[in-house]
Design a protein around this ligand. Structure first.
Ligand code: PLP
Length: 380
């Protein structure tokens, strides 16, 4: 197949990445973080792409954050040598952790006595020191120690005093920023994320436990963050691409969304009120999108054209099966006569991190022109 010249020539379903929007997003977050006086350690789980990671590094990122040990290994194999694995350490992957920690600075995340003991044990057996963050629950209530419980301070002291572990500090993620209904609520979550974690760090330091660093960050809370006092680094991920969830909530403008799914109409029967496109659950994912049901647009809104940020006000991908997407609006007339088999349609993903993980590559575009093709390292 000759290399496609425009998005009219790309085989579908395909994931388009707008290079200009991507770079703008990367620079904006780098600038904000630098202005607020912290380091940026972006979460690469959103893009799983070496070229995007290198762009982040070129614009000042100090280290990366990953969500799987395979992601850590893939990036380590390509020159990324300071990696935080920001998931409570799965004890089933300890051998791989030790092997990788011999080659690069790998910082694991722990929040249980079991994990602290296990990682200290394997580090001792391997004759190495392992870096470890203590995860703190700042209000999301997914994982992490409760900073007000005495047992949490005991665990921090144990990490700090361990002979096998280098205690990196406190790490938190305000995932509840995604359910904040507006900018004022996001600002409250951002303040809580920072204050809960820095206050715990200060209490530990006052009790003689050295806390080398505080690491926080999510895309919605970073959008609302106006101070990073007491914070050393931030780890947003989704901001490189954004998506309908962020755009509908007002975290970004529709024009800041850098990825879209390119799909083709494959069926449109006169008697039926929908058209079918070749982007189903294995292209878009089944993420329902915004937490506020009033902002949902099925499994993703549809763009008005193959380039640009304008959305078609009438039609969405209403639902999906594995490889089929239902394109429809409230009225049959929203589709009838407007879409024909062979037409190309672009969909804004509800949740770009999940959508990107469905594809093997990005088609890097500028408007409708295809510039490049970048691999997505999605092995598990
Ligand atoms: N840190 C941790 C621990 C996370 O789980 C995530 C995302 O899930 C992030 C950072 C990045 O958050 P976001 O994608 O909202 O920027």
């Amino acid at each position: 197949m000759p290399f496609p010249r425009t998005s009219h020539d790309i085989p579908t379903p395909a994931l388009l990445l707008d290079r200009i929007v991507l770079e703008r997003n990367i620079i904006a977050m780098a600038d904000k973080t630098a202005r607020l006086g912290a380091r940026l350690r972006p979460h690469v789980k959103t893009h799983k792409c070496l070229e995007v990671g290198r762009l982040q590094r070129r614009h000042g990122a100090a280290g990366i954050t990953v969500s799987t040990i395979v992601e850590a290994r893939d990036f380590a194999d390509h020159g990324f040598d300071d990696i935080t694995w920001a998931v409570p350490l799965p004890l089933s992957r300890l051998d791989e952790v030790v092997a990788l920690a011999r080659r690069v600075t790998l910082r694991v995340t722990v929040e249980s006595v079991e994990a602290v003991e296990a990682v200290a044990r394997v580090a001792k057996a391997a004759g190495i020191r392992m870096h470890a963050w203590l995860e703190v629950d700042c209000g999301y209530h997914r994982s992490g120690v409760d900073p007000v419980l005495p047992a949490s301070a005991v665990l921090a002291r144990r990490l700090a005093q361990s002979e096998q572990l280098t205690f990196d500090g406190l790490l938190t993620h305000a995932g509840h920023s995604y359910s904040a209904p507006d900018a004022a609520a996001r600002a409250r979550v951002a303040k809580q994320e920072r204050e809960v974690t820095t206050a715990f760090a200060e209490r530990l330091r006052a009790d003689g436990v050295p806390v080398p660093a505080v690491s926080i960050g999510s895309t919605p809370s970073m959008a609302a963050m106006d101070s990073l006092a007491g914070v050393d680094e931030v780890r947003p991920g989704n901001y490189v691409f954004y998506d309908w969830m962020q755009s509908a909530a007002g975290v970004c403008a529709p024009g800041d969304v850098a990825v879209s799914v390119l799909t083709t109409v494959i069926s449109h029967q006169d008697a039926l009120p929908h058209a079918i496109v070749d982007a189903g659950a294995l292209a878009l994912s089944k993420d329902p999108g915004p937490g506020d049901a009033a902002l949902r647009r099925g499994l993703g809104p549809v763009y008005a054209g193959l380039a640009g940020a304008a959305l078609d006000p009438r039609v969405n991908i209403s639902h999906v099966s594995q490889e089929h997407g239902f394109l429809e609006g409230p009225e049959a007339a929203d589709v009838r006569g407007r879409f024909r088999v062979g037409d190309r349609v672009r969909v804004m993903p509800n949740h770009s991190c999940l959508t990107a993980a469905m594809f093997d590559e990005y088609w890097v575009v500028e408007d409708e022109r295809v510039m490049d093709r970048w691999k997505i390292w999605r092995g598990r």
